[in-house]
Structure formats: C-alpha cells, structure tokens
Design a protein around this ligand. Structure first.
Ligand code: 3PG
Ligand code: MG
Length: 400
C-alpha cells in the first residue's frame, strides 16, 4: 500500500479556522427498548482525531451512519443520542444538525466557531449515500463536500463500503487518514505481512457464509484456525454429526466439508457444547459431547473441554486474531465459552487483535480489561475484508 497522508500532515498545514469534515463510524449498538447506547467504544475511538482538530482550532464537522435506514429519515436511527454522548466525552457541547445536508446542516456548519464540533444527522437518511448509481452518489457527495475545506476519514468500520461519504467525498476534497484509520491499518497489516508464529485465528459468530471468504484467505496463512459460535454447527454437520435444532446453514455443509478436507488439520472444532431447550436466557441447558447433541435441543455455547483445548492452542501462539463470539454471550448461561476464549487470549504471550463489532462488544460487556489486548478493532466487516486482502474503497480513495 502506498503511504497515506495523515492527520498530522493536515495539522502541520494548519487548520485553525478551517472547516474539516470528518467521516466517523459512530454506528453504536442501541438498546432495543430504550434506545440507549449500550457500547460507546466506537465513539471513544474517534476522540483522538476529534480532540486534535479541536485543539488546533478547526471547525469540525462530523458525519456518520447508524444502522441501516433505507435512504429516508427514520427516528429510531437518529444520531441525536450519539451527539449527546460525544459531547460528554469531548467535554464540550456538540452542535447537532437534524438533517444531513439540508437547512439545519447548513446553518449548523455556518454557525461553528473555531474549535467547535458539529454532528450531522445520519448519512443513510439520504438515498445518495449508499446508492450504486455513481451520479446519485456523486450529487450527495457534492453537498457533503461543501461542508469542508478538508476531509478526514476516521471511519475504519466503514472503509469497506463504496459509499458517498467514504469513497466519493475524498475525491472532492484534500483528504487524509485519521488516527484511528491509521492505527487499524498499521495493526492489521502486521497480520497480513509477516505474523510471528504460531499465528492462531479464532472465528465465531453465527454464519459460515459471512466468514467463508476470510476462512479461504486465512487457511494458507495461519497455523491454527479455531472455530466456535453458531457457525461451528455447520462444520460439525459436515463431519457427519447431528446438531439437533442448532443454527445450521444447510447449503454450506458441502463447502465446510471441503474446507475441512483441505485444511491440513489446521481447523479445530468444538468437542463439547452447551445445548438448551430454547433460545432464551432461562432455558434449561446441559453440556454434551458433540456426538451426543439431542435432536430437540440447540447449541448456544462451546463447552469447557473445548475452551480448554482452544486455550492450549492459544497459549502457544505468538500472533492471535479473534473475530466472533463463541456463544450467545449476551445471556449469562451461554457466556462462559466467549469469556474463556477471551481470557486465554489475554494470557497468551502473543500479539493479540480483536476484530469486529460483536467480539469487541463482548470484551466490554463481559467487563474484560480492554488493555489486555494489543488492539481491539472498530471494524467488523472491514477488518475481515482487510485480512482477505480485498481492496477497501475507503482506503483506496485516501491513497489517490
Ligand atoms: C459495522 O457496524 O460493521 C459498520 O458500521 C458498517 O456498517 P454496515 O455493515 O451497515 O455498512
Ligand atoms: Mg456490519
């Protein structure tokens, strides 16, 4: 990759009194009932960039998406609550525009004093943001670009999206990578370039289909690939085991069988799982061997023997990448697998990287010490696509 221009390059030019448009990924999880922010990790992750710009006297215009609204305003996806939290963390009020490129946005941006911060309403309230049509995206990008004299991309979690604010705006403004994007790229490039060995990857989460490309890309590179989470059941099925009513992607069984055959023994699967009567926090549950899953029960976590076996592999590692929970960690009865693996990662004498929204959220929800990991990525899909070696539109746009 060619060298990116960075925030420090922009700061060296002087930004006092200039409007700097910052694309952030403030797509934080919200409580379904109350709408409260349940994990503010992504907000905290952009503070270094925003703080530096504020200090340097820039007029800072922040934009982000939240959730997947369908190109029109949808109150449940408003960034309003995020503006409040961002202001608390910055220690100064954040001026919130109730639209993205309309009257409210224009007057909010025009009213900024040096060193003040504005947040625009959700980018995805506008069809142009995610449009596949270049002209439609371009027209929206023109509006956004009018709010900045320079552009900073600090939305690592969105760099894999060819969206207006990620891909088209940097073509219209002087552009640099923010502190978060730079750190993410530095860390992930260590994993792809020349990882210290053994290099052990732990993958979880619900779907094999989401992880297929990264499994294909990682198999030749890693020394061990440990698979847990909902996706392990499709692999167990591929080994000829019965998985009861566990999550199963029937159309992926053959693919999994093929991967197992080609993996040269690198893939490790669970040997025991926690099965329950229902997908519910208070469901009756037991630990069983993987060849004894009852037909009417479903697996919701990996079992203790699996944790012990995976932990032994992790204890040998010099480099670890972990993406995806081992079980339904949000329910205490099914959190032990994820907690056990997370703890094994922190104990290993290895360079450890946690990738992804869910695994990062799990680290915080289980109240593990974030500083025990070398890096917790803010990107789920983005970090996986980086490891796959794909060209990421947001990074490519910064390189141009
Ligand atoms: C994420 O949560 O993975 C990023 O914010 C990107 O969101 P998206 O998958 O809806 O594009
Ligand atoms: Mg995603």
């Amino acid at each position: 990759m060619s060298a990116l221009r960075t925030l420090d390059d922009l700061l060296a030019e002087g930004v006092s009194g200039r409007r700097v448009l910052v694309r952030a990924d403030l797509n934080v999880p919200l409580d379904k009932q109350t709408g409260a922010i349940t994990d503010d990790g992504r907000i905290r992750a952009v503070l270094p960039t925003l703080g530096a710009l504020v200090e340097a006297g820039a007029k800072v215009v922040v934009c982000s998406h939240l959730g997947r609204p369908k190109g029109a305003p949808d109150p449940q996806f408003s960034l309003g609550p995020v503006a409040g939290r961002l202001g608390e963390l910055l220690g100064a009020p954040v001026h919130f525009a109730t639209d993205t490129v309309g009257d409210s946005a224009r007057s909010t941006v025009a009213g900024l004093a040096d060193g003040q911060v504005a947040l625009l309403e959700n980018l995805r309230f506008n069809a142009g943001e995610t449009s596949k049509d270049e002209a439609e995206r371009g027209a929206f990008a023109d509006h956004l670009a009018a709010f900045g004299d320079a552009y900073v991309d600090d939305a690592f979690g969105a760099v894999h999206r060819k969206h207006a604010s990620v891909f088209d705006v940097p073509a219209r403004l002087p552009h640099v990578a923010g502190r978060l994007v730079l750190r993410e790229v530095e860390v992930l490039s260590k994993l792809t370039a020349d990882p210290e060995r053994p290099y052990v990857v732990v993958l979880g989460g619900s779907k094999v289909s989401d992880k297929l490309a990264v499994i294909e890309a990682l198999l030749p590179t890693v020394d061990r690939l440990l698979i847990g989470g909902g996706m392990c059941f499709t692999f167990l099925k591929a080994q000829g085991l019965e998985v009861g009513t566990s999550l199963l992607e029937k159309d992926m069984v053959e693919t999994c069988r093929n991967l197992l055959e080609r993996s040269g023994g690198k893939i490790m699967l669970p040997v025991d799982v926690v099965v329950a009567d229902a997908f519910a926090p208070d469901a009756a549950h037991d630990t069983v061997r993987v060849d004894g899953i009852p037909s009417h029960r479903l697996g919701l976590d990996v079992g203790p023997e699996t944790v012990a076996g995976f932990s032994a592999a992790l204890s040998q590692a010099k480099t670890i990448f972990w993406n995806g929970p081992m079980g339904v960690f949000e329910m205490p009865a099914f959190a032990a697998g994820t907690r056990g693996i997370a703890e094994a990662i922190t104990k290993a004498d290895a360079f450890s990287v946690v990738g992804g929204g869910d695994s990062a959220a799990a680290v915080r929800a289980l109240r593990l010490d974030e500083t025990d990991f070398n890096h917790i990525s803010t990107g789920g899909g983005a970090s996986l696509e980086y490891l796959e070696g794909k060209t990421l539109p947001g990074i490519a746009a910064l390189e141009n």
